[in-house]
Design a protein around this ligand. Structure first.
Ligand SMILES: [Zn+2]
Ligand SMILES: [Zn+2]
Ligand SMILES: [Zn+2]
Length: 779
């Protein structure tokens, strides 16, 4: 028992708290806590977080401190808490004071789903916010997507244009109310309104629906029930929605979105409905219902009712639950699930501004459900898969950005600008690294605009003025050009070193480790394209201890879009031009002219840059199995190969060769003179398996087993020669669950300490964190 309950001794303590503690109801929480314990003192916001003093008897103070740590409001995250004893003074009661100035290290709260209290009110006919699509309180709702500047106050949000009515104002000023100082608070009398309008491109045969408020939502539900495509304005942008079980409606959406085969995410009304679509384990259920409400990729049920066109050739389904009041209202319609896909055309970024959305989506959506609260900064849904009981990010955006990753060391103010595809940027200051939401592929000019806007916005919000910039070594990446043109000192970081450092940083590792980076593409230190890498080092530097045997990429980027070219390149490497005479679908399907052209390229080495990419190895095998001749989105061949491998149980491993890399790589070193991992023997065995009509699923499974086995074996050799036992797994290929599982368990079984990504994506979406960590040690 701490303290002396009846002791008359009065003490006073002062707390300084950092983290996400503003805009999340922290001050009223402290106020109520102090009042209930009969403590006196005050609390106030500072630019570093929250500061407070409490005074009273020891037992009450101890109870206060315990609750302060353990009963924080749902959206608050305490990153630091410093306490000190100060001299007691004469005072009565507890007060909430105005904000204090000073240097800022404030953290911005991410957007959050609707809380259970607001959900209850939403469907309570006696509540004055009954069926109001913007109901929210201190414990829930939009934050990051509506903040236009700091300090976080109503005028610095996109709610600025909605003056509160007397009833809302009263709640806003009452410390005992759940809406005390909740900036987005509104009601039907004073807040934003929804509106349903027809597409500007609508033909006469389409319904000219319109309406406001509750009518609009009711009509929208009817349209969805009738199989129409609706563009819906959400928290961070527009979604395209359609009844997920209506096959022809989904087909129409696919056609209108144009040659896109990417899986669509779906929204189910609640957990019970979600469980009719997918088999969910405990972690998946927890993630689905968490305040961040991401899309969770889960295995389809056997009789999953959604159209097969939602996620073609895929046993998995991206699933989410309603996270805004508007979603909850829409999900009352008569359908099992809605497709809710980011509203964009092929590679463009998600639409978020109204005029732009009407223009770009007019040819896709039949109707628009819009509202008049502006979205200040674009943010997609986050996408997660569960790995080893932890979240594995495919895309980190709404709900998570801009939450910090705590670095294992201090950095000056820095900006990491990421890579080219799946771009996200990262700002750091001290030990905090703020990774932005997923921005997208910078080759698209409107994504590049978004990239610049998010850098400016986030730097302003966090009050971080970067002293240096870290970028990829690739000289042609737009992000690298941005860095060069910034005028600030630039640290160019090797792509796979950044992957490795990102994984080390989020796991709090210092010193050296072995980095296994299995990736699609990255600019190598020797000018070739890397991607199947075994690195040794830490933030300060690295050496390439091993890599996949290089193979030419015939046609460069064309080889990425056309996996059959990779199959030909591997086979050509093994058997020369004989490869083109093989009776394989991957080869035989091609016209003579195409084959001759490819053969000439490979023979003469024209436009065929050498690459050690792991992603291309997956492409080649997918093509050999007749699975994918060409791809329509990044990683498609590997995703479908994994799906195929799911269908087989086989622990066979094909032969491979571990040799020494040809001269040119770290010569002279006793340890790790450069291992070369050669999969040629595997290709020969796959050819004979194909000839023996071994099922493609079994070959796909054996292939996964082989890469994992060879990868593990290579790690063990490097561990033996270096004495390192810590292994970090990074790179886009580790989104593959089968490969990750096999590598992880294989290495752990051999006594290695294995670290994977849990906070940031293993793909290029996590790179900026690694860049900042590396630059932090050099600046
Ligand atoms: Zn709420
Ligand atoms: Zn109101
Ligand atoms: Zn990469």
């Amino acid at each position: 028992m701490a303290g002396r309950p009846d002791s008359g001794v009065v003490t006073r303590r002062r707390f300084a708290i950092g983290g996400i503690v503003q805009g999340v109801g922290f001050r009223p929480f402290v106020y109520r806590l102090a009042r209930d314990l009969s403590l006196t003192g005050w609390v106030r916001n500072t630019t570093a977080g929250v500061e407070l003093e409490v005074q009273g008897k020891d037992a009450a103070l101890a109870a206060f401190e315990r609750s302060l740590r353990e009963e924080t409001p749902p959206l608050a995250v305490i990153a630091s808490l410093a306490a000190e004893e100060v001299a007691p003074c004469e005072e009565t009661g507890f007060r909430i004071l105005g904000s204090a100035g000073g240097a800022s290290t404030i953290q911005v709260a991410p957007d959050s789903n609707l809380c259970s209290d607001c959900l209850r009110e939403l469907f309570d006919p006696a509540d004055r916010r009954y069926r109001y699509p913007f109901i929210t309180c201190t414990n829930c709702g939009p934050r990051y997507s509506i903040i236009t500047g700091i300090p976080y106050d109503r005028p610095k949000t996109t709610m600025a244009g909605f003056p509160m009515c007397p009833a809302c104002l009263e709640e806003y000023h009452d410390p005992d109310n759940r809406r005390f100082h909740a900036q987005p608070v509104a009601c039907p009398a004073c807040g934003p309104q929804v509106r349903l309008q027809g597409s500007p491109h609508a033909s006469a045969s389409q319904p000219g629906q319109s309406g406001r408020g509750e009518n609009a939502v009711g009509s929208a539900v009817e349209l969805l029930e009738n199989g129409l495509i609706l563009a819906i304005k959400g928290i961070g942008g527009y979604h395209l929605a359609v009844n997920a079980c209506d096959h022809s409606a989904v087909q129409r959406l696919r056609e209108r979105k144009k040659r896109d085969e990417k899986p669509f995410a779906v929204m189910a009304a609640d957990l019970a409905a979600a469980q009719r679509l997918a088999l969910l384990n405990e972690t998946e259920r927890r993630l689905l219902t968490a305040p961040e409400s991401p899309i969770v990729i889960a295995r389809k049920t056997r009789d999953c009712p959604v159209s097969p066109l939602v996620a073609p050739n895929n046993g998995w389904l991206g699933l989410m639950l309603p996270y805004t009041p508007l979603h909850h209202l829409l999900m009352r319609g008569n359908f099992e699930a809605l497709v809710m896909t980011s509203a964009n055309v092929s590679d463009e970024p998600i639409a978020f501004e109204d005029d732009d959305a009407l223009e770009r989506l007019g040819g896709i959506a039949d109707c628009f459900l819009v509202h008049d609260r502006p979205i200040h900064i674009r943010s997609d849904d986050s996408v997660i898969r569960v790995f080893q009981g932890s979240p594995l990010f495919y895309r980190r955006a709404r709900g998570y950005a801009p939450r910090t990753v705590r670095l294992p060391f201090e950095t000056p103010p820095l900006l990491g600008v990421g890579a080219e595809l799946k771009n996200a940027i990262c700002l750091s200051n001290g030990r905090e690294a703020f990774l932005s939401q997923h921005i997208g592929d910078l080759q698209n000019s409107s994504t590049y605009d978004s990239f610049r806007r998010i850098i400016g916005h986030l730097a302003g919000l966090l009050e971080i003025t970067p002293r240096a910039i870290a970028c990829d070594q690739h000289p042609d990446y737009l992000s690298s050009l941005y860095a060069t043109e910034s005028g600030l000192p630039v640290t160019a970081v090797q792509h796979h070193h950044a992957h490795m450092a990102a994984c080390m940083a989020e796991n709090g590792l210092k010193g050296e480790a072995i980095g296994v980076v299995f990736d699609g593409t990255g600019y190598g230190s020797d000018g070739t394209i890397w991607g199947g890498e075994f690195l040794v080092g830490g933030y300060d530097g690295f050496r390439r201890a091993g890599h996949f045997r290089t193979v030419p990429l015939p046609g460069g980027d064309a080889a990425v879009r056309e996996p059959w070219r990779m199959a030909a390149a591997y086979l050509h490497q093994i058997m020369g031009t004989d490869a083109f005479a093989l009776d394989l679908p991957a080869i035989a399907r091609q016209g003579e002219l195409e084959k001759e052209m490819l053969a000439a390229m490979l023979e003469k080495g024209i436009n065929s840059p050498p690459s050690s990419s792991c992603g291309r190895l997956f492409d080649a095998v997918a093509a050999l199995l007749g699975l994918r001749h060409t791809v329509s989105y990044d990683g498609q061949a590997a995703i479908e190969l994994e799906a195929l491998a799911e269908a087989a149980e086989d622990d066979g491993v094909y032969p491979y060769r571990i040799g020494e890399a040809p001269s040119g790589s770290s010569a002279g070193a006793v340890i790790a003179s450069g291992i070369e991992l050669d999969f040629s023997p595997m290709f020969l065995k796959i050819l004979s398996d194909l000839a023996d009509t071994v099922p493609a699923a079994v070959i796909a499974r054996r292939f996964h087993g082989t890469v994992a086995h060879a990868g593990t074996e290579t790690c063990l050799r490097i561990a033996a020669s270096t004495g390192l036992e810590r292994i970090v797994l990074s790179g886009g290929v580790f989104q593959n669950r089968i490969l990750s599982d096999l590598m992880y368990s294989g290495l752990v079984a051999r006594g290695m300490q294995v670290y994977t990504h849990r906070l940031v994506p293993p793909n290029d979406g996590g790179i900026a964190l690694g860049q900042v960590a590396i630059a932090g040690r050099r600046n």
